[in-house]
Ligand binder design. Structure first.
Ligand SMILES: *Cc1c(COP(=O)(O)O)cnc(C)c1O
Length: 388
C-alpha cells in the first residue's frame, strides 16, 4: 500500500534512468518516452547542458529570498522580454500558479484603472488551467470540480472557439478572455486561426485583456511561446511545463500596461526566482534560442505529421484524426484510447491520454528522425494488431 495520497492512476512500472528520449527501468528495459513528464522534458531526459547548469549552480547557491536582488532571475527575465511580446515577467513554480497569478493581475489592473467592476474572466469549454481552486473553476471541467465547492466566483464560459457566443457573453463585468492556443488535455484541439485573431480583435474592441495559457504548448509548437505561430500577441501569457526541461519553473509574461496594478507586496512566491530553476531555464533558452533550432523543430514536425497522416490513411478504422502542431501531436482514435495505450506500452512506447478519446504524443524536440520512426513503427504495429 502506497503512503502517497491516491490521486493518480499509476501504471505498474517505475524508471531509474532517462537519457534523451528514452527511459530505463530497474532491470534495463528501454522505453521510448512520448510522455516526457507530460510535455515537460522538451530536450529529452537529463540533457547534459541542463544537468551541468543545475550542478554548477547547486554548488554556488540554491535559494535566496526575494528580499534580495537575484541576478540570474533578472537576466532570465531580460532574455524573455528581449525575445517575446512581454515587458515584464513574474517567476513561479508551476502552470497553475502562473494561471492564478494571471487572474490576480487581470483583476488588479482593472482595479488600478478605476474599473473594479471588471473582474470576470471568460474561458472556453474543454479548457485545462491547472488544479488550484480558481484555476479549476475557471476551466469548469465538471469531473475536476465535483466535490470542491463552493464554486470560486468570477468566471464565465462559452463553447470552444464559439465567437458568436463569446460576443454575447461579454458584458460590463468582463475583464478578460483566457484561452489555450491549443487545448492539450481537451484533446489536442487547435484554436482555428480565425479564432486566435478574432480573440485579439474582440478583446481590443471591448477593451478587455487577452490571456493565453501556453503552459503546454510553448516550445512544442515550434516557437518559444505557444501562440507565436500566429501573428497576434496577448496581454498576458502563462508558461511552465517545458520551461525548465523537467525542473519546476513557471512564468507569467505581461505587458507594461497590464503590469500597472502589481505594486510591491501585491503578489509573491517563496520559491519563485529559485536559483536552480533559473539555471535550468537559462540552459533551456541557450538551446532553443540558438540560431536554427526552431527551424529544425518545424522540419521534423512536418515529417512527423506527414508520417502520422500516412498511418491514419492506412488504418482509417482505428485512427480518426491526426491533431496538433509539430511536437504536440494527438491521435483521435476510433478504438478505446486506454486499450490502445496499453498496447503501445507493451511494445515499449509511452504516450499520454487526452479527452475526446485521444492520445497525446510528446517526443523530445531533439528526437532524431530514426527515433520518430521507431515510435511510428510501434503505433503501426499496434494498429495492425487491431486489424488481425
Ligand atoms: C499542465 C497545465 C497547467 C497546469 O500546470 P501545473 O504545472 O500542473 O500546475 C495549466 N494550463 C495548461 C494549459 C496546462 O497544460
Amino acid at each position: 500500500m502506497s503512503s502517497i495520497l491516491g490521486t493518480y492512476a499509476r501504471k505498474n512500472i517505475s524508471f531509474k534512468e532517462g537519457k534523451g528520449t528514452f527511459l530505463y527501468t530497474e532491470n534495463g528495459d528501454k522505453y521510448l518516452d512520448w510522455v516526457a513528464g507530460i510535455a515537460t522534458n522538451i530536450l529529452g531526459h537529463c540533457h547534459p547542458h541542463v544537468v551541468r547548469a543545475i550542478q554548477d549552480q547547486s554548488k554556488k547557491l540554491i535559494h535566496v529570498s526575494n528580499a534580495f536582488i537575484i541576478k540570474e532571475a533578472e537576466s532570465l527575465a531580460k532574455r524573455l522580454t528581449d525575445n517575446t511580446f512581454a515587458d515584464k515577467v513574474f517567476f513561479c513554480n508551476s502552470g497553475a500558479e502562473s494561471v492564478e497569478g494571471s487572474i490576480k493581475i487581470v483583476r488588479k489592473y482593472f482595479h488600478k484603472i478605476g474599473k473594479p467592476e471588471k473582474n470576470r474572466i471568460i474561458s472556453f469549454s474543454g479548457a485545462f488551467h491547472g488544479r488550484t481552486l480558481a484555476a479549476l473553476f475557471l476551466a469548469n471541467n465538471k469531473s475536476h470540480t465535483e466535490g470542491f465547492g463552493p464554486k470560486v466566483d468570477g468566471f464565465d464560459q462559452v463553447a470552444f472557439a464559439d465567437h458568436e457566443g463569446l460576443k454575447k457573453a461579454i458584458n460590463k463585468n468582463t475583464a478578460a478572455i483566457i484561452a489555450e492556443p491549443l487545448q492539450g488535455e481537451g484533446g489536442v484541439k487547435i484554436l482555428p486561426d480565425y479564432c486566435l485573431k478574432g480573440l485579439r480583435e474582440i478583446c481590443d474592441k471591448n477593451r478587455i485583456l487577452l490571456v493565453l495559457d501556453c503552459v503546454q504548448t510553448s516550445f512544442r509548437t515550434g516557437t518559444l511561446l505557444g501562440f507565436e505561430y500566429s501573428d497576434i500577441s496577448p496581454d498576458i501569457c502563462c508558461v511552465a511545463k517545458g520551461f525548465g526541461n523537467g525542473f519546476p519553473i513557471g512564468a507569467i509574461l505581461l505587458t507594461n500596461e497590464v503590469s500597472k496594478g502589481m505594486s510591491q507586496g501585491s503578489h509573491g512566491s517563496t520559491f519563485g526566482n529559485n536559483l536552480l530553476a533559473c539555471a535550468a531555464a537559462h540552459a533551456v533558452l541557450d538551446i532553443v534560442l540558438a540560431k536554427g533550432f526552431f527551424e529544425e523543430v518545424k522540419t521534423k514536425g512536418e515529417y512527423f505529421d506527414k508520417e502520422l497522416k500516412k498511418l491514419k490513411s492506412s488504418f482509417p478504422k482505428i485512427i480518426e484524426e491526426v491533431r496538433g502542431i509539430n511536437f504536440i501531436k494527438g491521435l483521435k482514435l476510433k478504438v478505446d484510447n486506454n486499450n490502445f495505450m496499453s498496447k503501445l506500452m507493451e511494445r515499449k512506447l509511452l504516450v499520454v491520454k487526452a479527452s475526446e478519446n485521444c492520445i497525446r504524443l510528446f517526443p523530445s524536440l531533439l528526437s532524431t528522425t530514426e527515433e520518430l520512426d521507431m515510435g511510428l513503427e510501434i503505433v503501426k504495429k499496434v494498429c495492425e494488431e487491431y486489424r488481425d
